[in-house]
Design a protein. Sequence first.
Lengths: 282, 115
Amino acid sequence: MEIPYTVHERPDTGLWNAKVGVWLFLASEVMLFGGLFSAYIFLRIGADYWPHHALNVPLGLTNTIVLITSSITMVLAWVSVKMRDFGQFRFWMSATLGCGCLFVVIKSIEYRDKFSHYGVVFRDEAAFRKYEPELSALGANIKTNTEGHGARLDRTPHFEIAGHLASGVTADAIELAPDRHEGGAKGGAHGGALRVALADVARWGVFAPRYSTYYAIYFTLTGLHALHVLGGMVVLFYFLVTGAKMFAADPEHLANRVEVGGLFWHFVDLVWIFLFPVLYLL
Amino acid sequence: MAEDRASSERRGFGERARDIFAHGWSRHYIQVFLYLLALTILTVLASYLPIGVAGHVFIALLIAAIKAGLVAAIFMHLLHEKVVIHRFMAFTVLFFLALVFLSVLALKNTVVGAQ
């Protein structure tokens, strides 16, 4: 038995069935991400401190451009099938998959950087002041909300440094080679190391989800989004390798399949359009 | 199967598409792509302006909404979609806003004596 209304419109909806189906699915996806965006707002309103430009903005910007590019190549792949040009379809679909791979690679570079970088939050201002001369001698990039961030929502003063573990952690101290001012968000080269007594530290660790509520929601949102990118790629790859047979039998059926796959792909791009400013810029 | 192909070609999908896209639709898509790139750069630059967190949130969400609107309307063809889909999405937007609003309510529900 054939699946009905894959090409022709159903009289009551005026649409072929897969399109109705994918839009209903996207509606449920909006609610899934909506719940997490709602959680983000809730966590941010209640947070004592929220980092600003904590992630690597150039990498995030690159990934945004990669996803937007993959959206236009996706549209052109669909246009190619509509125009009955299978060679062009293969080219644009491969380009879309290439962009998807590039996005995942860049994202995993960002993740790896976070998992190998350490942060130290000082207990209070007095604890921080003890290390201030040594930190400025090292040219350390100090993240604080006491100056220049007057209009932010933070309630408590915050003093934080990041860097690589120099020799390790003992029972009473952590030795860190701090990130410096120059070199942007990644910190560039590290200079000498600094020994911070754990008695002066509120918390320390790699930038994993447990480090702060910010990193918890960052990994939840971007991790779920990355899973969507991977899922989309599986579907598009399937169309790429099995498309020839369907193109020969019924090209309009393939065009509709590509359109539905494309709708999901554009939705994933659309989610990133919100994730990028919310996590990287605000 | 051969019959299927004949029937969809007879309905003129291939021919009609060639006409539509030859008359500048592909160029139209690329135009939208360039708008999206420009808005992306703009939102990054705006995040470095000294305008405070409220200004940053307003500008970033405004630009993101415009970009999302372009993707939905043009790439996802929502502009020319059937009324059934518009109804689905109207309800979705409504529920989405309700969901977000729930969290904003937390601002109005502070614990007495906590701060």
